[in-house]
Design a protein around this ligand. Structure first.
Ligand SMILES: Cc1ncc(COP(=O)(O)O)c(C=O)c1O
Length: 354
């Protein structure tokens, strides 16, 4: 820390992102990206149109993208917000609506407490049950805003929409954020409830189910007043928050959702097959509805498996926290990548048995 840093910032604890290796022949199953490229129209549009116009600022209204999303979600144009990745959208929303603090499950996306800490927002957790499911009642009449990842991370477990609705009914006076980063892989979106609950903010990303992690695109869908509040913050901080290339990529991707639906189907099939094979080897797996699985190995510890896979060029994600340290989070890659993973796992377990 330099002696110039504001004293108020000395205590922030930055997030540690998953490893992003440069080059090498590694199989990357650690940050829940899609193994598939963006749709052909996205690649074509980027090379043809927008790159030659980078001398000009991007559109601060973001309207091509937000209009496409409003049609996709069948909501009004003023009910959609967009940002530079959903991390940025989450940060704006937590800052905007966090005056009374935020309440979240103890095991969830690790960026929520980091954002809260950064903005000086109090952050409180409620423990997941022993099977990693959310105890819905724990979030009734919360004294502050609520943030729930659904499906949750890193467990992949999805909470039925009826349970989300119970949380909404019991929290009429604080914002309830439902972070749907992984919803397209088998969850049920709460976006259809925004006209019923003025405090509901659904946040999503183009990093997982839209094959565009590198474009950094996120969005929120909610009551027009919430969206207006968030845009007030955006125009006080970063009006051109989405660059030209990403705007065109996101807009085109929404037009071509059929392609992404096929990619998602393949990922779901591969997830089912991978879980079946690992359970056959003695693993315990959660019922993941995401593009990753959360598994506990037999014979060896999760950390040992993580290290052995890493030594074989396969990167997964290990969290050392109290209740999750026995599990490994593995992104669902292509069939070939998962075959390589399964082969390596079986080999590692064989070695361990010797
Ligand atoms: C639950 C959850 N929310 C939000 C994000 C952030 O996604 P991005 O900033 O890439 O849109 C992630 C990323 O892994 C996540 O797991």
């Amino acid at each position: 820390m330099s002696r110039f840093l504001s004293p108020a910032l000395e205590k922030i604890t930055p997030y540690t992102p998953g490893e992003q290796p440069k080059g090498g022949n590694l199989i990357k199953l650690n940050t829940n990206e899609s193994p598939f490229p963006p749709s052909p129209g996205v690649i074509k549009a980027l090379s043809e149109n927008e790159s030659s116009r980078l001398n000009l600022y991007s559109d601060p209204t973001l309207s091509s993208f937000t209009d496409a999303l409003s049609e996709r979600f069948q909501v009004n144009k003023d009910q959609v917000y967009a940002g530079n990745g959903s991390d940025e959208v989450l940060a704006v929303a937590m800052y905007a609506f966090g005056a009374d603090g935020f309440y979240a499950p103890d095991i969830t996306y690790g960026f929520y407490p980091v954002i809260a800490n950064f903005f000086g927002i109090s952050y409180h957790t409620r423990p997941l049950k022993g099977d990693f499911t959310i105890c819905t009642e724990d979030f009734f009449r919360a004294p502050g805003a609520v943030v729930i990842a659904n499906p949750n991370a890193p467990t992949g477990i999805s909470l039925p929409l009826s349970e989300i609705e119970r949380i909404l009914r019991e929290n009429p006076d604080h914002v309830v954020i439902v972070d749907e980063a992984y919803v397209e892989f088998g969850g049920e979106s709460a976006a259809k409830l925004i006209s019923k609950y003025e405090q509901l903010l659904v946040i999503g990303t183009f990093s997982k189910a839209w094959n565009l992690a590198g474009a950094r695109l996120g969005y929120a869908v909610g009551n027009a007043e919430l969206i207006r509040d968030m845009n007030r913050l955006r125009f006080s901080f970063h009006p051109y928050n989405i660059n030209r290339l990403s705007l065109i990529a996101g807009t085109k991707a929404v037009e071509e959702e059929e392609y992404y639906i096929e990619c998602r189907k393949k990922i779901i099939d591969t997830r089912v097959r991978t879980i079946q094979t690992l359970v056959g080897m003695g693993f315990i797996a959660t019922d993941s509805k995401a593009n990753f699985i959360f598994v506990k190995p037999p014979i060896i510890s999760a950390k040992e498996l993580f290290d052995s896979l890493r030594a074989r060029g396969i990167i997964t994600r290990y969290f050392s926290g109290a209740r999750v340290k026995e599990y490994l989070r593995i992104t669902i890659g292509s069939d070939e990548q998962m075959d390589a993973l399964l082969y390596a796992v079986s080999d590692i377990l064989k070695e361990a048995k010797k």
